[in-house]
Design a protein around this ligand. Structure first.
Ligand code: TYD
Ligand code: MG
Length: 417
């Protein structure tokens, strides 16, 4: 415990009995994090699992949550000892079978096939594990609540019991929560405010890549992502996602540009694709995947009005390759150039990185952390940079690189196409 400053002669306070503690003397949790060798997992958590924290791992059924947690359990147990894996969905022997396939059989992982939370808490008391994994919260049941497992009240009350356990000096608890296509009913959304961290495992079930994204983290930055690949022996981390995303990029195709977005603390190169085709009937269609739809409409309007592109007669389909969503304006100029390139059917020079926020007057505005974004691209062989003139100083001229500073969308169009 941290040392409290209680002046002599003052009686212990009323209420819970807590007294003020000097900020600099408050327990520092950063040194005590539980780390694995799975760097992507640790990073998404902000540098490892914090003891006594409650983490929710959400995702669609079959996406790989149980697989990921079993791997994490194995890695944690080899360093920190007992891990309790509560399985309410699969039998203990099914889980063992999976663990064998993952090479995660060894170590102090205890399996408990139990859905009654009272029973689970009793076993936790006996076993005293460092980490408890509950797969899944929707299968757990508190007998004194008159509702079916998976209902809002069961899920919420069940999670609250695990929260109390973790906060009372108990183990860190990781809850698995299924997100169904119909939405989040009785699922993770009900729990977001309650838990310390919310991680979502995303991806297309029939594609290999999985993205673990932190949407809430009381101990680290949010929007941090970890990238994994589902293989025959479980999830393998992809330590260089930019390279992976760029590898599949077709060369010399019109309607494509590359931007660098900051996902949490890491810059990530993303390809923006725009298909621009003549509208054959009725109003022009606009469709955007991975880009905010209203942002896409706004940028199309700016291109039409400020750069005179006749987009009113064209359908525009936008997509971010790799299934990743962009949520920052630094990608604006990249989106604009992809659309313009698609319209003119003229590709951008392939090793060009485009950065800049676009305003309604067609002006190109500065972006944050320009240098880190440019470095990431330079590392992967990009040598032509179209960046905002408003970003002052900064860039140390990388040798053999062309750097173009633009202040309007028209300048960028002239340079790029
Ligand atoms: P799973 O972890 O059971 O998903 P969730 O717990 O989120 O429902 O993942 C199941 C899918 O992962 C299943 O389709 C099979 C696949 N898989 C592999 O491709 N490789 C593996 O090593 C494992 C264990 C599963
Ligand atoms: Mg599962």
């Amino acid at each position: 415990m941290a040392e409290a400053i209680v002046p002599e002669g003052i009686k212990k306070a009323a209420g819970s009995g807590e007294v003020p503690v000097l900020l600099s003397r408050v327990n520092d949790i950063s040194e005590k994090r539980l780390v694995t060798t799975l760097g992507e997992w640790d990073r998404v958590l902000g540098g490892g699992l914090v003891p006594g924290s409650l983490v929710l791992v959400g995702g669609a059924p079959g996406i790989g949550k149980s697989t990921l947690l079993l791997q994490v359990a194995h890695l944690l147990s080899s360093r920190y000892g007992k891990i309790l894996y509560v399985t309410g969905e699969e039998s203990a022997s099914q889980t063992r079978l999976r663990a064998r396939r993952l090479g995660a059989e060894e170590g102090e992982i205890y399996l408990l096939a139990e859905t009654n939370i009272e029973g689970v808490l009793l076993q936790i008391e006996r076993l005293q594990p460092v980490v408890v994994m509950v797969d899944s919260i929707q299968t757990m049941l508190l007998p004194d609540i008159q509702a079916a497992p998976g209902s809002v009240s069961q899920v919420r009350e069940g999670a609250a019991r695990f929260l109390r356990l973790a906060k009372d000096g108990g183990p860190a608890v990781i809850l698995v929560g299924h997100v169904t296509k119909e939405g989040f009913l009785a699922g993770p959304k009900v729990l977001e405010h309650l838990v310390d961290c919310v991680l979502y495992l995303e991806g297309e079930r029939y594609q290999a890549y999985r993205i673990l994204r932190s949407v809430k983290n009381r101990f680290g930055s949010t929007n941090e992502i970890g990238v994994f690949e589902m293989t025959g022996s479980g999830l393998q981390e992809v330590t260089n996602p930019s390279a992976m995303l760029m590898a599949e990029r077709p060369a010399g195709v019109a309607g494509s540009s590359v931007v660098a977005c900051l996902e949490g603390t890491r810059p990530l190169l993303l390809e923006i694709q725009a298909l621009v085709s003549k509208t054959t009937f009725g109003n022009p269609r606009r469709l955007a995947t991975g880009i905010d739809f209203n942002r896409a409409l706004l940028l199309a309007a700016v291109l039409e009005k400020r750069a005179g592109l006749p987009l009113g007669g064209y359908d525009i389909y936008l997509n971010v390759a790799g299934g990743i969503a962009i949520n920052e304006p630094a990608a604006d100029l990249g989106i604009c150039l992809a659309i313009a390139s698609g319209l003119k059917d003229r590709p951008l020079e392939s090793r060009t990185l485009v950065l800049g926020e676009v305003g309604l007057a067609g002006e190109v505005r500065a972006v944050t952390q320009l240098e880190r974004r440019v470095e990431e691209a330079a590392r992967l062989g990009f040598n032509r940079f179209i960046i905002p003139a408003g970003n002052r100083g900064g860039l140390k001229g990388q040798s053999g690189c062309e750097i173009y500073k633009v202040s309007t969308i028209n300048e960028a169009l002239r340079l790029a196409l």
